[in-house]
Design a protein. Structure first.
Length: 256
């Protein structure tokens, strides 16, 4: 099965409103010709509504960095799935390592967010990955399987098509250190095997598993050429339209 490459740019807590809108327009202009790649941009919450109209008519989809799993209530600063969706958002990250490490999102919190997002009609990109210490202690496979088991608990057969996964070794995020293509390929194989066992071969063949962790134009092609690496979740290099666009081009070329 050929999976459509998927490249998403996580802008994190960067940019002011006018810069964010400008970057979105630049990304549309520079990547819009790549109709064979799913492209996502993931700005901060306040910029979503301003950016959504800039993406209309383009193949780009708008993502959120997180959501509150609750539906309503006295939850100051919380933003729920329906609110996000009503701002023009198509997908949301869940369980980014910075959410896990800084804000304490554990697997059960991630699972609640996964269900809140799916129930509201959002696609989900669940992020998983091991710390350096866990890799050094040969725990990588166990850690990612635990994150998948906890984070995707009770996802039903008809919901899988709305889920993608991002394998992001924590030690490679924002550090300039990238997993070697062998390390990434092996981790992706573990993730896909887990999906096959948990869901089905059909789901495992279809699900997109992105690699994230210091992906740059210089290393994207090598990573994306590997079996089972279906795209990239890009942090730092997504803040510049040229470098993000070069990674999208690498993704398009990886399947041509
Ligand atoms: C990320 O934030 O998901 C990420 C992969 O960041 P960077 O590309 O900067 O390592």
């Amino acid at each position: 099965m050929t999976r459509r490459p998927y490249v998403a740019g996580n802008w994190k807590m960067n940019l002011a409103a006018s810069d964010a809108v400008r970057l979105a327009s630049d990304v549309v202009r520079k990547t819009g010709r790549h109709r064979s790649v799913d492209i996502g941009i993931v700005p901060s919450f306040p910029f979503l509504m301003g950016i959504a109209p800039r993406l209309e008519g383009s193949p780009l989809k708008l993502g959120a960095q997180d959501l509150d799993a609750h539906e309503f209530g006295a939850r100051t600063s919380g933003v729920n799935a329906a609110q996000i969706r009503s701002a023009g958002v198509v997908f949301t990250l869940v369980g980014h390592s910075e959410r896990r490490a800084i804000f304490g999102d554990d697997d059960s919190a991630c699972n609640a967010k996964v269900h809140a997002a799916l129930n509201a009609g959002l696609e989900v990109m669940l992020c998983i990955g091991e710390t350096e210490m866990q890799r050094d202690q040969n725990q990588t496979q166990q850690v990612i399987e635990n994150q998948l088991t906890g984070g995707l608990k009770d996802v039903s057969d008809d919901q899988w098509e709305h889920v993608s996964l991002a394998y992001e070794p924590v030690w490679a995020i924002g550090t300039g250190r990238t997993a070697t293509p062998d390390q990434a390929e092996q981790a992706h194989a573990w993730v896909r095997a887990w999906v096959e066992q948990r869901a089905s071969k059909r789901v495992a063949d279809a699900i997109r598993i992105l690699y994230g962790g210091s992906v740059k134009p210089a290393n994207a092609a090598e990573l994306l050429a590997r079996k089972g690496i279906d795209g990239a979740l890009v942090g730092g290099a997504s803040l510049e339209a040229d470098s993000f666009s070069a990674i999208v081009t690498a993704a398009a070329n990886s399947r041509s």
